[in-house]
Design a binder for this molecule. Structure first.
Ligand code: ATP
Length: 327
């Protein structure tokens, strides 16, 4: 299908072209197509810009008629010029609520269907702004306000600089009527209320440009954070030794606290810690940077009978299970 030379679809194409040049200059790509405006515009632009495009549509089977919605998206992908288009049905189950379970199932299915190709997702600048605001408000650590990365292999997000309104206009220019997921307008979802109520209010009070500013801030923080990650990988290589030998305090202590906490965080996650809080991480770091012979620090993880505890002995930190009464 030949695309019209209209401003919105040209903007989407430009974004996809720039992404391909930076991350996947040759070869086929997979597009994750929900049938919504963002991924429809993305698919059309990808077909125009990439060598070969395969589309994958995930049917979560959570609403009646979902198979028809998925099949319509599949046919659209073929009409737009994708070389192949398949629907993958998934079983949505497991912990953490339906939304989280659907996301897990979706990413697993998309990853499996991609056969090693980059998978392009239709997240826009507005999605990025919502993600950053959510992370900021929940206070779940610096990393949560980095937002989404343009390329986190295999996941590619070419539209992070494109407004949602542009993808909608692009669909109109293409004569496509995108699927409107009823969840996207249900006030039961925090993200929907952020989109419909909070961000417009912030834009009004602060005089506009809030979404773009949030997205820009995320980009800057992600770049800064990546530098700290590299430093932490270096220090961690010296301090952690091999296997479960624990952490050598002398190798870790000279590093700056944010670097130390990164090393400790990845060590603890590898050791099975879960839901690590900033408070716990700082208490573990105190065993390094503010040592005064204090006792062990319990962190999330372990089992109902025994908790995971970090202790310092003979210049090394170690982590192990301790029964609940002891520390
Ligand atoms: N059912 C689906 N099938 C294929 N791809 C999908 C599907 N749903 C979403 N996607 C892909 O994910 C992108 C983001 O979708 P959406 O914003 O609805 O998901 P989200 O749950 O907010 O994202 P995330 O899962 O990263 O939090 C879409 O533009 C599309 O590329």
């Amino acid at each position: 299908m030949r695309l019209p030379e209209e401003p919105a679809i040209l903007e989407v194409r430009h974004a996809v072209r720039a992404w391909l040049a930076a991350h996947a200059p040759t070869g086929p790509v997979t597009v994750a197509l929900s049938g919504g405006a963002d991924s429809l515009a993305l698919t059309a632009a990808a077909v125009a810009e990439a060598d070969v495009v395969h589309a994958v549509v995930v049917d979560h089977r959570l609403q009646s008629g979902s198979a028809e919605v998925a099949d319509r998206a599949r046919q659209r992908a073929l009409t737009l010029g994708c070389l192949s288009a398949e629907v993958v049905s998934v079983e949505v189950q497991g912990p953490g609520g339906v939304e989280a379970a659907a996301r897990r199932a979706r990413y697993a299915a998309l990853g499996a269907a991609a056969h090693g190709r980059p998978v392009l997702l239709g997240h826009t600048l507005d999605d990025q702004a919502e993600t950053v605001l959510l992370g900021l408000a929940r206070g779940s650590g610096g990393r949560s306000i980095w937002g989404m990365s343009p390329f986190d292999e295999p996941w590619g997000r070419p539209l992070l600089g494109v407004r949602r309104a542009v993808t909608r206009t692009a669909c109109r220019e293409l004569g496509l009527d995108p699927y409107e997921d009823p969840h996207n307008s249900s006030p039961d979802f925090v993200r929907v209320r952020l989109r419909a109520e909070v961000l417009p209010l912030l834009e009004d009070v602060l005089g506009g440009g809030v979404s773009a500013a949030l997205a820009r801030t995320a980009d800057q923080l992600r770049e800064d954070g990546a530098v700290l990650d590299v430093l932490a990988a270096d220090v961690g290589g010296d301090a952690r030794g091999s296997g479960d030998e624990g952490v050598d305090v002398a190798a870790l202590e000279p590093a700056a606290p944010p670097v130390r906490r990164r090393v400790l965080r990845s060590w603890l996650l590898d050791a099975g810690a879960t839901s690590l809080t900033d408070k716990q991480l700082r208490a573990v770091d105190d065993l390094v940077g503010r040592w005064r012979g204090q006792g062990g620090v319990a962190v999330g993880g372990g089992s109902p009978e025994a908790r995971l505890v970090v202790t310092r002995r003979h210049g090394r930190l170690s982590v192990g299970l301790d029964d609940r009464g002891r520390v």
